[in-house]
Every structure is written in structure tokens, then in C-alpha cells.
Design a binder for this molecule. Structure first.
Ligand code: NAD
Ligand code: WQD
Length: 350
């Protein structure tokens, strides 16, 4: 089956592409590189031996998207493309509503036009549950008013896809990811944001290799196992596998399928730091800092539905994720150094 992956060169998209290829899917990627690099395509090739068809444009460009559909006729879509930084969404709400909703509208218009494409997997988020009344969070936990525009776009898109599916008979998987971490086991793919990372794992990676001096642990006075925030960290390769299982589910004409993707286990910030140190035999420089505004104490996924209805089970541990993440960060540092050496040479030659 041919699958169109929007945002397929991004963090979760690129890992999912490798898993799709390994499972025999033909992959077409569209990405405008607003938060990714073209080199990711080489890494996908190095890992899988396949170079997927790649289109560089904004998914909101309906004319280009129409041409792509005409040429490639995908039967399913995995829709990752969107902006994802919570803090930035509070500063630039319009940019978030425009991109996240706009890209979804373009995709849905094409699905309406090209009826053969009647399956879509959407990257939703545990953020739709807001501040939890209780944990674990199951798919029937209430959807709360989001505390930020980013989260609001996820709630709105879930609703839009559900309404669309009712009329068009589309099969939709709304996958609510918990906290994805780690990297491809080869260390060739991972997450290396420019500037200061918002999320803990890329921050930890940068502290580990000395690119940042110290990790601030945001609060140690929560009512949790050791006072630090607890989250459900899921290895990105397990998450990738979840998308393949979701596609199989959609092939059974299941209508709208809502599902958490997490491990079902909470891990505190200090436990994550300890796992990272153990996995890589290094020391992480950290200090306790004030709580971060808007943070919740604890969340983790209820995993029964994913297990029973998708057959989803996580293969990788937090320690695996820490080892893979560190390996990728070293690789990424190495690539950056080579690039800057080459630039120095070019300047000297001029
Ligand atoms: P990412 O930023 O690494 O990947 C998104 C990709 O989409 C990037 O390559 C970017 O260049 C591309 N893109 C953005 N807008 C586009 C547009 N209009 N047209 C074409 N390409 C566009 O993010 P990620 O971490 O891989 O997340 C993927 C999806 O999963 C997002 O929708 C995100 O909201 C969701 N999600 C992420 C997390 C997380 O913690 N990473 C958690 C829950 C949900
Ligand atoms: C995890 C824990 C922090 C950074 C966010 C989005 C959510 C989803 C995943 C997209 C918390 C602590 C963090 C640091 C720290 N994304 N922390 N020092 O906030 O659970 O979720 O990403 O959908 O919508 O809100 O993830 O990685 O930012 O934080 O101590 O430098 O690490 O306080 O307890 P979060 P995170």
C-alpha cells in the first residue's frame, strides 16, 4: 500500500517512515523542512536501502498537493505535519492555528476528491486530556479545555476529523502520543532541535555531550515519587510501530479509532536522569529549578485499548531510549563538526 507521510522528515515522521518501509509499505513524503533537514532523507536511505519519493512544499499549498495526489494516488495518509512547541504557540497562536488546522483542511479536501484515499492516521497528543483528574489516562478520560493554542489545535483537529469521517465514511486513527523520546537504534536518526530544546530529552542529550552546561529540573515539590514531574516516556521506535498497527486497523474499515500510545508507566525527571547516566556510563550535570508554568505533576497512559485492539506492546525500555538518544547526539555533533570544517575550508579557498 502507498502511504503519504506529511511531515515525514521530522522527528516522529522519519522514524515511522523507516518502520513503514521495513513493513513493505511504499512511502511518499511531503515536508516543507520548516523544522527538519533534507539530510534526514539520506539517513532513511542508509537505514532502509530505500529512498522514498520526497516532495518539498507546504501541505497548505492545495495546488501542489493536488498534483501530488494525481501523480502518486496514495491510499492512506499519516499526518504528522504541524507545529508542536507549546510555549511558541502561546506567543504566536495564529501561526499555530493556521498551520495545524490549514494543513489538515488541505489533506481532507484531497481525501474528499480522491476517494481511493480513505484512511488517515493523525498525530494527536496526551495534551488533549489537559490537567488529569486521575491517572492512568484512558481514551474515555475527559477531553479538557487546552491550556495553550497548540493543545487546542489537537482537540479541534480530532473533532474535525471525526465530523469529516461521519459524512465521508473515512477511516481515522487519532493516536494520542504520550512523551516520545529516544532515537533510531542505529543512531542515524533522532531529534536535534536548533536552539534551546523545549522538551526534556533533547535537552538531556545536549547536556550529555557538553553542548549545554546544565539541566534544570523544573520543580522537586510535586506530589510524586521523588517530587519531580512524572511522565510516560515512550521510545520513538515503539511509537513508529504503533503507526503501522494503526494502518492495519484502518484497513479493517474501523471508522474513527481513538487510541493512546504510551508505555503505561510513569517515570520521574530524576529517574530519567539516572537511567540516562546508567545507560551511557556518564554523569549528567543538573540542578533543581523552580516549577515551569503550566506543568502538571503526573501523567501516564492507560494502555489496555492499544494492547487489545492494536496488539501494541512496547519493546524498548527507557534505558534503551537513553542509549539510542546519546548515540544519535554524538553522531549529530560529529556531522555538525564536519560541516563547519568544510565551511572553514571554503572560506580559506575564497
Ligand atoms: P517535528 O517538528 O519534528 O516534525 C514535523 C514535521 O512537519 C517537520 O519536518 C516540519 O518541517 C513539517 N511541517 C510542519 N508544517 C508543515 C507544513 N505546513 N507543510 C509541510 N511540512 C510541514 O515534530 P514531531 O515531534 O515529529 O511531531 C510530529 C507530530 O506529532 C506533530 O503533529 C506533533 O504535534 C505531534 N506530537 C508530537 C509530540 C512530541 O512530543 N514530539 C507529542 C505528541 C504529538
Ligand atoms: C517532561 C518533564 C518537565 C524540560 C510536552 C507537551 C506535550 C507533548 C510532549 C506534543 C516535565 C520536565 C522539562 C527541562 C525539566 N508534545 N523538564 N527540565 O511538558 O510533559 O509535554 O511535550 O504534543 O503536549 O506539553 O514534556 O519534555 O517538556 O517535560 O525538568 O529542561 O520534564 O517539567 O516534568 P511535557 P517535556
Amino acid at each position: 500500500m502507498k502511504v503519504l507521510v506529511t511531515g515525514g522528515l521530522g522527528y516522529i515522521g522519519s522514524h515511522t517512515v523507516t518502520t513503514l518501509i521495513e513493513n513493505g509499505y511504499e512511502v511518499v513524503i511531503v515536508d516543507n523542512l520548516s523544522n527538519s533537514k533534507i539530510e534526514v532523507l539520506d539517513s532513511i536511505y542508509a537505514i532502509t536501502g530505500v529512498r522514498p519519493a520526497f516532495y518539498q512544499f507546504d501541505v497548505r499549498d492545495e495546488q501542489k498537493l493536488d498534483e501530488l495526489f494525481e501523480k502518486e494516488t496514495p491510499e492512506a495518509i499519516i499526518h504528522f505535519a504541524g507545529f508542536k512547541a507549546v510555549g511558541e504557540s502561546c506567543q504566536e497562536p495564529l501561526m499555530y492555528y493556521e498551520n495545524n488546522l490549514g494543513s489538515t483542511f488541505s489533506i481532507l479536501k484531497m481525501m474528499k476528491k480522491y476517494k481511493v484515499c480513505n484512511k488517515i492516521v493523525f498525530s494527536s497528543s496526551a495534551t488533549v486530556y489537559g490537567v488529569p483528574d486521575s491517572v492512568p489516562l484512558t481514551e474515555s478520560s475527559p477531553i479538557k479545555e487546552a491550556t495553550n493554542p497548540y493543545g487546542q489545535t489537537k482537540i479541534m483537529i480530532e473533532k474535525i476529523l471525526t465530523d469529516f469521517a461521519k459524512v465521508e465514511g473515512t477511516n481515522v486513527a487519532l493516536l494520542r502520543y504520550f512523551n516520545p523520546i529516544g532515537a533510531h537504534t542505529t543512531g542515524l536518526l533522532g531529534e536535534d532541535p536548533n536552539g534551546l530544546p523545549n522538551n526534556i530529552f533533547p535537552y538531556l542529550n545536549k547536556v550529555a555531550v557538553g553542548a549545554l552546561p546544565i539541566l534544570n529540573v523544573f520543580g522537586d515539590d510535586y506530589e510524586t515519587v521523588d517530587g519531580t514531574g512524572v511522565r510516560d516516556y515512550i521510545h520513538v521506535m515503539d511509537l513508529a510501530e504503533g503507526h503501522v498497527l494503526a494502518l492495519k486497523k484502518l484497513e479493517q474499515d474501523c471508522g474513527v479509532f481513538v487510541c493512546n500510545l504510551g508505555t503505561g508507566k510513569g517515570t520521574s525527571v530524576l529517574e530519567l536522569v539516572a537511567a540516562y547516566e546508567q545507560a551511557n556510563d556518564i554523569k549528567i550535570n543538573y540542578q533543581i529549578a523552580p516549577r515551569r508554568a503550566g506543568d502538571i505533576a503526573e501523567n501516564y497512559a492507560g494502555t489496555e485499548k492499544a494492547k487489545n485492539e492494536l496488539g501494541f506492546e512496547c519493546k524498548y525500555s527507557i534505558k534503551d531510549a537513553c542509549g539510542d538518544g546519546y548515540r544519535f547526539q554524538i553522531y549529530s555533533l560529529f556531522v555538525q563538526r564536519i560541516k563547519s570544517k568544510n565551511r572553514e575550508k571554503e572560506v580559506v579557498q575564497e
